[in-house]
Write a protein that binds this ligand. Structure first.
Ligand code: NAD
Length: 389
C-alpha cells in the first residue's frame, strides 16, 4: 500500500513504517557513538515516541541497558497504518534483539492498575528488579484507577485569556490567536492528568511488589521555557501540572531513601513532538528557536538531550532540577528569539524563522519526508513488535 500524510488539525493520522525505521536507525547510530555507563534494567513509561523513545534508545545502545517500554499505540488494520509509536517500537526491538539486548514492550493504558500489574509480571520474569524508571507520559486524559473519574487535560492560560501570534505550519500563515483561560475544573483536571499522581502510583506499585533495586533512580520530564510562552505554558494549566510533578519528585525522593534511590526532574529543551505540536504559539516559538540554535551550533533533538541526561554529570538548579534546557535558555539565544518574534509575519516567516526545519521534524515524527525513503513504493503495513506479537 502507498501511504501519504493525512492531517486532522495538528495531528497526522497516518504514518510510514519505513520512515519510522530510518528515524530509529538514525537515533541508534547517535547512541552507539556515545557510550556511557548506565543502569542494568530500565522501565520506560511513554517509550514509543519523543523523549521516552529517545531515552530507551540511548540506554539500550549507549549503555547496553535491558529495557521494558510501556506505551499506548495502535497496530495496523487492513486499511490503516499503525501509529508511528508502534512502528518505532517494532524496529527498535528488532535492532535491540539483533544486538543481543533484552527489550520487552507493553501496549496499554499506563494509568490503569492492570497495566501496572502486567508490567510488574514482566519485570519479575525477565529482569528481577529495575534500577531505572523513566516517566515520560504526555496524555490527553486519565481515568483515576480508584474513583474511575475521567480527567481531561487542556492547554490554556490560568486567570486571564491570552493573545499572541502563532503559525499554521501547513499554510505558513502567521496570525493572532486568543486562548481563553481555564476554569478551576479544567486546571484541576490537567493537574490530575499531567501532574505527579500516576508517577507516584507507579513507584508505590513497584515497591509493594519488591521490584525496585538498591540505588533505583527515577526521572520525570518538565519544561519551563522563556517568558514569551509563560502565559500558555509555565503559568498555564500544563505548567501548573509540571509544578505538581516537581513537588511529587520531592515526596518520591523521601520514599526512595531506603533504597538509596533518587527521584529526579529533568527540565528538557523544547522539541517538536506530538505533544508539543498541540500547544498554540509554541510552533512559532520553536521555528524561531530552531533558527537561532542551529546558527549557533546549539541545536539538539530528543536523542542528543537523552544521551546528555545519562552520560554527563549534569548541573542542577536551586530547586535541584537537572537543566538540559541550558542552551535553549542561554541569554544570547533568548535575546535573539525575542528580537525576531515581533518582526515575524506570514510574508517573512520562511526567512526569519526555521519553519521548514520545524515542518521537517513534524513530518518525520510520522515517518514522512525522511531521506532515502521512496514514498511511491508499496509498503507492508503489518509490522509486528517482536515481544508483543
Ligand atoms: P510524546 O507525545 O512524543 O510521547 C508520549 C508517550 O506517552 C508516547 O509513548 C505515548 O504512547 C505515551 N502515552 C500517552 N498516553 C498514554 C497512556 N495512557 N498509557 C501509556 N502510554 C501513553 O511526548 P513528549 O513530548 O516526548 O513528552 C514526554 C514528556 O516530556 C512529557 O512529560 C512532556 O511534558 C515532557 N517534555 C516535553 C518537551 C517537548 O518539547 N516536547 C519539553 C520538555 C519536557
Amino acid at each position: 500500500m502507498l501511504i501519504h500524510p493525512k492531517f486532522r488539525g495538528f495531528v497526522c493520522t497516518t504514518s510510514h513504517p519505513l520512515g519510522c525505521k530510518k528515524n530509529i536507525e538514525e537515533q541508534i547510530s547517535y547512541a552507539l557513538k556515545n557510550p556511557f555507563k548506565g543502569p542494568k534494567n530500565a522501565l520506560i513509561i511513554g517509550a514509543s515516541t519523543g523523549y521516552g523513545l529517545a531515552a530507551r534508545i540511548a540506554l539500550t545502545f549507549g549503555a547496553k541497558t535491558n529495557t521494558l517500554g510501556v506505551f499506548f499505540e495502535k497496530p495496523s488494520s487492513k486499511a490503516r497504518p499503525a501509529t508511528s509509536g508502534w512502528y518505532n517500537t517494532a524496529y527498535f526491538e528488532m535492532k535491540a534483539l539483533a544486538y543481543g539486548y533484552k527489550a520487552y514492550s507493553i501496549n496499554g493504558d499506563a494509568f490503569t492498575f492492570e497495566t501496572k500489574e502486567k508490567t510488574i509480571e514482566v519485570i519479575k520474569k525477565h529482569f528481577g528488579k529495575i534500577d531505572c524508571l523513566i516517566y515520560s507520559l504526555a496524555a490527553p486524559r486519565r481515568t483515576d484507577p480508584v474513583t474511575k473519574k475521567v480527567y481531561t487535560s487542556v492547554l490554556k492560560p490560568v486567570l486571564n485569556s491570552y493573545t499572541n501570534k502563532t503559525v499554521d505550519f501547513h499554510t505558513y500563515e502567521v496570525f493572532d490567536v486568543t486562548i481563553p483561560y481555564a476554569t478551576e475544573e479544567e486546571l484541576e483536571h490537567t493537574i490530575r492528568v499531567m501532574g505527579g499522581d500516576d508517577w507516584k502510583l507507579w513507584l508505590e506499585a513497584l515497591a509493594k511488589e519488591d521490584v525496585l533495586a538498591e540505588g533505583i533512580k527515577t526521572y520525570a520530564f518538565s519544561y519551563i521555557g522563556p517568558k514569551l510562552t509563560y502565559p500558555i505554558y509555565r503559568n498555564g494549566t500544563v505548567g501548573k501540572a509540571k509544578e505538581h510533578l516537581e513537588e511529587t519528585s520531592l515526596k518520591l525522593k523521601e520514599f526512595l531513601l531506603s533504597y538509596n534511590g533518587d527521584a529526579l526532574i529533568s527540565v528538557n529543551k523544547a522539541v517538536v513532538t506530538q505533544a508539543s505540536a498541540a500547544i498554540p504559539i509554541v510552533p512559532l516559538y520553536l521555528s524561531i528557536l530552531y533558527k537561532v540554535m542551529k546558527e549557533k551550533g546549539l541545536h539538539e533533538g530528543c536523542i542528543e538531550q537523552m544521551v546528555r541526561l545519562f552520560k554527563e554529570d549534569n548541573k542542577v538548579d536551586l530547586q535541584g532540577r537537572i537543566r538540559l534546557d541550558n542552551y535553549e535558555m542561554q541569554e544570547d539565544v533568548q535575546r535573539e528569539v525575542q528580537e525576531i518574534w515581533p518582526k515575524v509575519t506570514s510574508r517573512n516567516v520562511k526567512s526569519l524563522t526555521d519553519i521548514e526545519g520545524y515542518r521537517e521534524d513534524f513530518f518525520k515524527l510520522f515517518g514522512f519526508k525522511v531521506a532515502l525513503v521512496d514514498y511511491n513504493e508499496d509498503v507492508d503495513l503489518n509490522i509486528k513488535i517482536p515481544s508483543i506479537s
